[in-house]
Ligand binder design. Structure first.
Ligand SMILES: [Zn+2]
Length: 417
Protein backbone atom coordinates (compact mmCIF):
# COMPACT_ATOMS: atom_id res chain seq x y z
CA UNK A 1 0.00 0.00 0.00
CA UNK A 2 1.01 3.59 -0.38
CA UNK A 3 2.14 5.96 2.30
CA UNK A 4 -0.72 7.96 3.80
CA UNK A 5 -0.85 10.66 6.42
CA UNK A 6 -3.18 12.34 8.85
CA UNK A 7 -2.58 15.33 11.07
CA UNK A 8 -4.16 17.57 13.65
CA UNK A 9 -3.44 20.96 15.23
CA UNK A 10 -3.79 21.47 18.97
CA UNK A 11 -3.89 24.98 20.41
CA UNK A 12 -2.05 25.23 23.69
CA UNK A 13 -1.23 27.99 26.15
CA UNK A 14 2.43 27.08 26.66
CA UNK A 15 4.96 28.81 24.41
CA UNK A 16 6.44 26.86 21.51
CA UNK A 17 10.02 26.83 22.84
CA UNK A 18 9.01 25.69 26.28
CA UNK A 19 6.73 22.93 25.03
CA UNK A 20 9.35 21.60 22.65
CA UNK A 21 12.01 21.83 25.30
CA UNK A 22 9.91 19.74 27.64
CA UNK A 23 9.01 17.07 25.09
CA UNK A 24 12.56 16.61 23.98
CA UNK A 25 13.45 15.65 27.53
CA UNK A 26 11.33 12.60 27.02
CA UNK A 27 12.28 11.15 30.37
CA UNK A 28 10.25 13.89 32.09
CA UNK A 29 7.12 13.53 29.99
CA UNK A 30 5.58 10.80 32.20
CA UNK A 31 5.37 13.35 35.00
CA UNK A 32 3.03 15.49 32.99
CA UNK A 33 0.47 13.06 31.65
CA UNK A 34 -1.28 9.98 32.91
CA UNK A 35 -1.21 8.52 29.40
CA UNK A 36 2.55 8.03 29.44
CA UNK A 37 3.87 5.92 32.25
CA UNK A 38 7.52 5.83 31.38
CA UNK A 39 10.20 6.46 28.84
CA UNK A 40 13.44 4.47 28.85
CA UNK A 41 16.53 5.29 26.88
CA UNK A 42 17.55 2.06 25.15
CA UNK A 43 20.36 3.44 23.01
CA UNK A 44 22.14 6.73 22.44
CA UNK A 45 21.61 9.91 24.42
CA UNK A 46 18.46 11.64 25.57
CA UNK A 47 17.13 13.96 22.89
CA UNK A 48 19.74 13.05 20.28
CA UNK A 49 19.05 11.91 16.72
CA UNK A 50 19.54 8.18 16.33
CA UNK A 51 18.66 7.43 19.96
CA UNK A 52 16.15 4.74 20.71
CA UNK A 53 13.38 5.25 23.25
CA UNK A 54 10.97 2.84 24.83
CA UNK A 55 7.64 4.48 25.65
CA UNK A 56 5.23 2.93 28.09
CA UNK A 57 1.82 4.23 27.26
CA UNK A 58 -1.72 3.79 28.41
CA UNK A 59 -3.72 3.58 25.21
CA UNK A 60 -7.46 2.87 25.41
CA UNK A 61 -6.94 2.05 29.06
CA UNK A 62 -4.42 -0.69 28.27
CA UNK A 63 -0.65 -0.69 28.80
CA UNK A 64 1.25 -0.57 25.58
CA UNK A 65 4.84 -0.04 24.51
CA UNK A 66 6.40 1.64 21.55
CA UNK A 67 10.06 1.47 20.64
CA UNK A 68 10.90 4.58 18.65
CA UNK A 69 13.99 6.04 17.08
CA UNK A 70 14.51 9.80 17.05
CA UNK A 71 14.91 10.71 13.37
CA UNK A 72 14.68 14.48 13.62
CA UNK A 73 15.32 16.80 16.55
CA UNK A 74 15.22 20.36 15.30
CA UNK A 75 15.64 22.88 18.09
CA UNK A 76 15.14 25.90 15.85
CA UNK A 77 11.96 24.80 14.13
CA UNK A 78 10.78 22.91 17.23
CA UNK A 79 10.30 19.64 15.38
CA UNK A 80 10.63 16.13 16.74
CA UNK A 81 10.23 13.10 14.53
CA UNK A 82 10.01 9.55 15.84
CA UNK A 83 10.05 6.40 13.76
CA UNK A 84 8.30 3.43 15.33
CA UNK A 85 10.62 0.41 15.33
CA UNK A 86 8.70 -2.07 17.44
CA UNK A 87 5.44 -2.39 19.29
CA UNK A 88 1.82 -3.30 18.56
CA UNK A 89 1.61 -0.68 15.77
CA UNK A 90 4.08 -2.66 13.73
CA UNK A 91 1.54 -5.49 13.47
CA UNK A 92 -0.75 -3.31 11.39
CA UNK A 93 1.53 -0.86 9.69
CA UNK A 94 4.59 -1.45 7.55
CA UNK A 95 6.01 1.87 8.55
CA UNK A 96 4.98 4.53 11.00
CA UNK A 97 6.44 7.99 11.47
CA UNK A 98 5.23 10.45 14.13
CA UNK A 99 6.10 14.10 13.77
CA UNK A 100 5.45 16.86 16.27
CA UNK A 101 5.99 20.48 15.31
CA UNK A 102 5.34 23.34 17.69
CA UNK A 103 4.61 26.67 16.04
CA UNK A 104 3.76 30.17 17.12
CA UNK A 105 0.04 30.93 16.67
CA UNK A 106 -0.86 32.21 13.22
CA UNK A 107 -2.40 35.42 14.48
CA UNK A 108 0.26 36.21 16.99
CA UNK A 109 -0.71 36.35 20.65
CA UNK A 110 0.24 34.00 23.49
CA UNK A 111 0.49 30.23 23.42
CA UNK A 112 1.35 28.05 20.46
CA UNK A 113 0.06 25.39 18.09
CA UNK A 114 1.20 21.79 18.23
CA UNK A 115 0.89 19.96 14.92
CA UNK A 116 0.89 16.16 15.12
CA UNK A 117 1.43 14.33 11.87
CA UNK A 118 1.35 10.56 11.32
CA UNK A 119 2.79 9.11 8.13
CA UNK A 120 2.14 5.40 7.75
CA UNK A 121 1.79 2.49 5.41
CA UNK A 122 -0.99 0.06 6.28
CA UNK A 123 -0.39 -3.65 5.73
CA UNK A 124 -3.83 -3.93 4.08
CA UNK A 125 -7.14 -2.12 3.53
CA UNK A 126 -8.72 -3.63 6.64
CA UNK A 127 -6.41 -1.72 8.94
CA UNK A 128 -7.92 1.54 10.17
CA UNK A 129 -6.28 4.89 9.79
CA UNK A 130 -4.63 5.73 13.11
CA UNK A 131 -7.25 8.28 14.12
CA UNK A 132 -7.50 7.05 17.68
CA UNK A 133 -3.77 7.37 18.05
CA UNK A 134 -3.93 10.92 16.75
CA UNK A 135 -6.64 11.67 19.31
CA UNK A 136 -4.40 10.10 21.94
CA UNK A 137 -1.69 12.63 21.11
CA UNK A 138 -4.21 15.46 21.32
CA UNK A 139 -5.07 14.39 24.88
CA UNK A 140 -1.43 13.96 25.81
CA UNK A 141 -0.62 17.41 24.43
CA UNK A 142 -3.41 19.02 26.44
CA UNK A 143 -2.33 17.36 29.64
CA UNK A 144 1.28 18.39 29.19
CA UNK A 145 0.12 21.94 28.48
CA UNK A 146 -1.81 21.97 31.76
CA UNK A 147 1.15 20.54 33.58
CA UNK A 148 3.57 23.12 32.23
CA UNK A 149 1.20 25.92 33.13
CA UNK A 150 0.40 24.72 36.57
CA UNK A 151 3.04 22.61 38.24
CA UNK A 152 4.40 24.52 41.16
CA UNK A 153 8.02 23.84 41.92
CA UNK A 154 7.47 24.02 45.66
CA UNK A 155 3.99 22.67 46.26
CA UNK A 156 3.13 20.08 43.62
CA UNK A 157 3.96 16.43 43.73
CA UNK A 158 6.11 16.59 40.67
CA UNK A 159 8.83 14.31 41.98
CA UNK A 160 8.46 11.17 44.04
CA UNK A 161 10.06 13.03 46.90
CA UNK A 162 6.79 14.84 47.51
CA UNK A 163 6.34 18.61 47.61
CA UNK A 164 9.79 20.16 47.57
CA UNK A 165 8.77 22.67 50.22
CA UNK A 166 8.30 19.81 52.66
CA UNK A 167 11.56 18.25 51.63
CA UNK A 168 13.72 21.35 51.97
CA UNK A 169 11.71 23.33 54.49
CA UNK A 170 11.15 27.04 54.66
CA UNK A 171 14.70 27.99 53.84
CA UNK A 172 14.41 26.07 50.57
CA UNK A 173 13.36 28.99 48.37
CA UNK A 174 16.30 31.03 49.64
CA UNK A 175 18.78 28.15 49.29
CA UNK A 176 17.71 27.37 45.76
CA UNK A 177 17.04 31.04 44.87
CA UNK A 178 13.62 30.09 43.55
CA UNK A 179 10.64 32.08 44.86
CA UNK A 180 7.68 30.24 46.34
CA UNK A 181 5.58 31.04 43.28
CA UNK A 182 8.01 29.34 40.86
CA UNK A 183 6.79 26.79 38.38
CA UNK A 184 8.75 23.64 37.72
CA UNK A 185 9.92 25.12 34.44
CA UNK A 186 11.73 27.88 36.31
CA UNK A 187 14.16 25.31 37.66
CA UNK A 188 15.54 24.37 34.30
CA UNK A 189 16.92 26.12 31.26
CA UNK A 190 17.65 24.91 27.77
CA UNK A 191 20.66 22.93 28.92
CA UNK A 192 19.30 21.27 32.01
CA UNK A 193 18.34 21.71 35.62
CA UNK A 194 19.64 24.93 37.04
CA UNK A 195 19.77 24.50 40.79
CA UNK A 196 22.59 25.66 43.05
CA UNK A 197 24.84 23.09 44.69
CA UNK A 198 23.02 21.18 47.46
CA UNK A 199 23.64 22.28 51.03
CA UNK A 200 21.71 19.61 52.89
CA UNK A 201 20.97 15.91 52.68
CA UNK A 202 17.44 16.71 51.56
CA UNK A 203 18.64 19.02 48.79
CA UNK A 204 21.08 16.32 47.83
CA UNK A 205 18.28 13.77 47.42
CA UNK A 206 16.51 16.21 45.14
CA UNK A 207 19.65 16.56 43.07
CA UNK A 208 20.15 12.84 43.02
CA UNK A 209 16.63 12.43 41.78
CA UNK A 210 16.87 15.08 39.08
CA UNK A 211 20.30 14.11 37.86
CA UNK A 212 19.36 10.49 37.68
CA UNK A 213 16.57 11.46 35.37
CA UNK A 214 18.62 13.87 33.39
CA UNK A 215 21.99 12.37 32.71
CA UNK A 216 22.68 10.12 29.79
CA UNK A 217 22.91 6.60 30.95
CA UNK A 218 26.05 5.20 32.42
CA UNK A 219 26.54 1.57 33.16
CA UNK A 220 25.19 1.80 36.63
CA UNK A 221 22.27 4.04 36.01
CA UNK A 222 21.19 2.54 32.77
CA UNK A 223 18.06 0.93 33.94
CA UNK A 224 16.82 3.50 36.37
CA UNK A 225 15.07 5.62 33.86
CA UNK A 226 12.17 3.34 33.50
CA UNK A 227 11.11 4.63 36.36
CA UNK A 228 7.88 6.20 36.37
CA UNK A 229 8.64 9.11 37.83
CA UNK A 230 9.95 8.76 37.31
CA UNK A 231 9.32 8.53 38.76
CA UNK A 232 8.43 9.08 39.16
CA UNK A 233 4.63 10.76 38.90
CA UNK A 234 0.92 12.83 36.88
CA UNK A 235 -2.64 14.19 35.38
CA UNK A 236 -4.09 17.42 34.39
CA UNK A 237 -2.19 17.80 36.63
CA UNK A 238 -3.00 15.22 39.20
CA UNK A 239 0.50 14.49 40.21
CA UNK A 240 -1.07 13.70 43.52
CA UNK A 241 -2.87 10.79 41.95
CA UNK A 242 0.27 9.43 40.40
CA UNK A 243 1.97 9.84 43.66
CA UNK A 244 -0.68 7.69 45.23
CA UNK A 245 -0.17 5.07 42.59
CA UNK A 246 3.51 5.04 43.21
CA UNK A 247 3.49 5.18 46.91
CA UNK A 248 0.30 4.73 48.85
CA UNK A 249 0.63 7.00 51.82
CA UNK A 250 -0.26 4.46 54.45
CA UNK A 251 2.86 2.52 53.54
CA UNK A 252 5.07 5.44 54.24
CA UNK A 253 5.83 4.58 57.82
CA UNK A 254 7.01 1.10 57.00
CA UNK A 255 9.68 1.87 54.48
CA UNK A 256 10.74 5.51 54.50
CA UNK A 257 13.24 4.76 57.18
CA UNK A 258 15.14 1.92 55.47
CA UNK A 259 15.30 3.98 52.29
CA UNK A 260 16.18 7.52 53.29
CA UNK A 261 18.30 7.85 56.38
CA UNK A 262 20.98 10.29 57.39
CA UNK A 263 24.31 9.23 56.03
CA UNK A 264 22.93 6.97 53.29
CA UNK A 265 24.90 6.74 50.05
CA UNK A 266 22.64 8.64 47.62
CA UNK A 267 22.94 6.22 44.70
CA UNK A 268 22.27 3.27 47.01
CA UNK A 269 19.31 4.99 48.64
CA UNK A 270 17.90 5.88 45.27
CA UNK A 271 18.24 2.35 43.98
CA UNK A 272 16.67 1.05 47.17
CA UNK A 273 13.82 3.44 46.81
CA UNK A 274 13.04 2.30 43.27
CA UNK A 275 13.51 -1.36 44.24
CA UNK A 276 11.19 -0.93 47.17
CA UNK A 277 8.48 0.51 44.96
CA UNK A 278 9.03 -2.55 42.81
CA UNK A 279 9.75 -0.26 39.89
CA UNK A 280 13.13 -1.59 38.80
CA UNK A 281 12.81 -2.91 35.26
CA UNK A 282 13.12 -6.59 36.11
CA UNK A 283 12.25 -8.91 33.25
CA UNK A 284 8.96 -9.77 34.86
CA UNK A 285 7.98 -6.11 34.89
CA UNK A 286 9.16 -5.51 31.34
CA UNK A 287 7.16 -8.51 30.18
CA UNK A 288 4.09 -7.18 31.96
CA UNK A 289 4.38 -4.10 29.77
CA UNK A 290 4.00 -6.28 26.70
CA UNK A 291 7.66 -6.57 25.78
CA UNK A 292 8.44 -9.80 24.09
CA UNK A 293 11.50 -10.83 26.10
CA UNK A 294 12.64 -13.88 28.06
CA UNK A 295 11.59 -13.60 31.69
CA UNK A 296 14.11 -15.89 33.34
CA UNK A 297 16.46 -14.45 35.93
CA UNK A 298 19.64 -12.89 34.49
CA UNK A 299 21.68 -14.30 37.37
CA UNK A 300 20.48 -17.90 37.71
CA UNK A 301 18.29 -18.48 34.63
CA UNK A 302 16.22 -20.83 36.75
CA UNK A 303 13.27 -18.71 37.83
CA UNK A 304 11.17 -15.79 36.70
CA UNK A 305 13.04 -12.55 37.34
CA UNK A 306 10.88 -10.62 39.78
CA UNK A 307 12.22 -8.21 42.36
CA UNK A 308 11.68 -10.66 45.19
CA UNK A 309 13.37 -13.44 43.30
CA UNK A 310 16.32 -11.33 42.21
CA UNK A 311 17.08 -9.79 45.58
CA UNK A 312 15.88 -12.46 47.99
CA UNK A 313 15.37 -16.00 46.75
CA UNK A 314 17.80 -16.15 43.81
CA UNK A 315 20.70 -18.39 44.68
CA UNK A 316 23.12 -15.61 43.73
CA UNK A 317 21.47 -13.13 46.10
CA UNK A 318 21.16 -15.75 48.83
CA UNK A 319 24.92 -16.32 48.74
CA UNK A 320 25.53 -12.58 49.07
CA UNK A 321 23.18 -12.33 52.05
CA UNK A 322 24.85 -15.29 53.72
CA UNK A 323 28.23 -13.56 53.40
CA UNK A 324 26.80 -10.27 54.63
CA UNK A 325 24.97 -11.85 57.54
CA UNK A 326 28.05 -13.83 58.59
CA UNK A 327 29.58 -10.44 59.43
CA UNK A 328 26.82 -8.86 61.44
CA UNK A 329 24.08 -11.29 62.39
CA UNK A 330 25.16 -14.85 63.01
CA UNK A 331 21.75 -16.10 63.91
CA UNK A 332 20.49 -15.59 60.42
CA UNK A 333 21.58 -16.87 57.04
CA UNK A 334 18.98 -15.58 54.63
CA UNK A 335 15.68 -13.77 54.11
CA UNK A 336 12.43 -15.19 52.81
CA UNK A 337 10.64 -12.06 51.64
CA UNK A 338 11.33 -8.45 50.78
CA UNK A 339 9.34 -7.24 53.77
CA UNK A 340 11.29 -9.54 56.04
CA UNK A 341 14.45 -7.86 54.78
CA UNK A 342 12.98 -4.43 55.48
CA UNK A 343 11.90 -5.46 58.98
CA UNK A 344 15.36 -6.79 59.65
CA UNK A 345 16.91 -3.42 58.77
CA UNK A 346 14.79 -1.78 61.44
CA UNK A 347 15.93 -4.10 64.21
CA UNK A 348 18.66 -2.99 66.53
CA UNK A 349 21.23 -5.02 68.39
CA UNK A 350 24.53 -4.34 70.05
CA UNK A 351 26.47 -6.04 67.26
CA UNK A 352 24.31 -4.70 64.46
CA UNK A 353 22.70 -1.32 64.99
CA UNK A 354 19.93 -0.44 62.58
CA UNK A 355 22.05 2.06 60.68
CA UNK A 356 24.63 -0.61 59.83
CA UNK A 357 21.88 -2.97 58.69
CA UNK A 358 20.44 -0.28 56.42
CA UNK A 359 23.83 0.65 55.01
CA UNK A 360 24.65 -2.98 54.28
CA UNK A 361 21.23 -3.74 52.84
CA UNK A 362 21.30 -0.79 50.47
CA UNK A 363 24.82 -1.59 49.31
CA UNK A 364 23.94 -5.24 48.74
CA UNK A 365 20.75 -4.48 46.82
CA UNK A 366 22.66 -1.95 44.73
CA UNK A 367 25.44 -4.40 43.88
CA UNK A 368 23.09 -7.28 43.13
CA UNK A 369 21.21 -5.04 40.72
CA UNK A 370 24.44 -3.79 39.20
CA UNK A 371 25.66 -7.35 38.67
CA UNK A 372 22.31 -8.30 37.17
CA UNK A 373 22.77 -5.49 34.62
CA UNK A 374 26.33 -6.56 34.03
CA UNK A 375 25.19 -10.08 33.31
CA UNK A 376 22.44 -8.84 31.02
CA UNK A 377 24.22 -6.11 29.08
CA UNK A 378 27.85 -7.14 29.20
CA UNK A 379 27.50 -10.90 29.61
CA UNK A 380 29.82 -10.58 32.55
CA UNK A 381 29.57 -13.24 35.17
CA UNK A 382 31.14 -12.46 38.54
CA UNK A 383 31.01 -14.71 41.60
CA UNK A 384 29.01 -13.75 44.69
CA UNK A 385 32.30 -13.78 46.63
CA UNK A 386 33.75 -11.11 44.36
CA UNK A 387 30.60 -9.02 44.54
CA UNK A 388 30.72 -9.31 48.29
CA UNK A 389 34.27 -7.94 48.25
CA UNK A 390 32.99 -4.86 46.37
CA UNK A 391 30.17 -4.48 48.88
CA UNK A 392 32.65 -4.84 51.73
CA UNK A 393 34.98 -2.22 50.23
CA UNK A 394 32.15 0.21 49.61
CA UNK A 395 30.83 -0.14 53.15
CA UNK A 396 34.29 0.49 54.59
CA UNK A 397 34.69 3.59 52.43
CA UNK A 398 31.27 4.87 53.42
CA UNK A 399 31.94 4.39 57.11
CA UNK A 400 35.40 5.96 56.82
CA UNK A 401 34.09 9.04 55.08
CA UNK A 402 31.42 9.52 57.77
CA UNK A 403 33.52 8.53 60.79
CA UNK A 404 33.14 11.95 62.41
CA UNK A 405 29.38 11.61 62.60
CA UNK A 406 28.19 10.06 65.80
CA UNK A 407 26.22 7.02 64.63
CA UNK A 408 29.05 6.05 62.30
CA UNK A 409 32.08 6.19 64.56
CA UNK A 410 31.62 2.70 65.99
CA UNK A 411 30.47 0.98 62.83
CA UNK A 412 33.85 0.02 61.41
CA UNK A 413 34.69 -2.17 64.38
CA UNK A 414 31.29 -3.86 64.11
CA UNK A 415 31.58 -4.43 60.38
CA UNK A 416 35.13 -5.79 60.54
CA UNK A 417 34.52 -8.25 63.34
ZN1 LIG B 1 17.82 -15.98 39.96
Amino acid sequence: MVEEEIEVDVDIKTTADKFHMFIRRSQHVPKATRYIKGCDLLEGEWGKVGSILLWKLVFDGEPRVSKDMIEVMDMEKNVIQLRVLEGPLMKEYKSFLKTMKVMNPKHGGPGSVVKWNMKYERINQKVDHPKRLLQFFVEVTKEIDQYLLKASFWFDFWTPLGPIIKLLGNTGPRDLTLPLTSKVAAACNSTGWSLPAPRSDAALSLHVHLTTQQLPSTNENDDYYCWETNGFSNTSFSSARTWDVLRPRHEEVTWVDPVWFKGAVPKHAFNMWVANLNRLPTRQRLASWGLNIPIDCCLCSAFEESRDHLFISCDFAAQIWTLVLSRIDHRRRSFCTWSELLSWTRLHSQEAPSILRKLVTQASVFHIWKQRNNALHNRLSISPQTIFRSIDREIKNTITSRRNRRPFNKLMALWLR
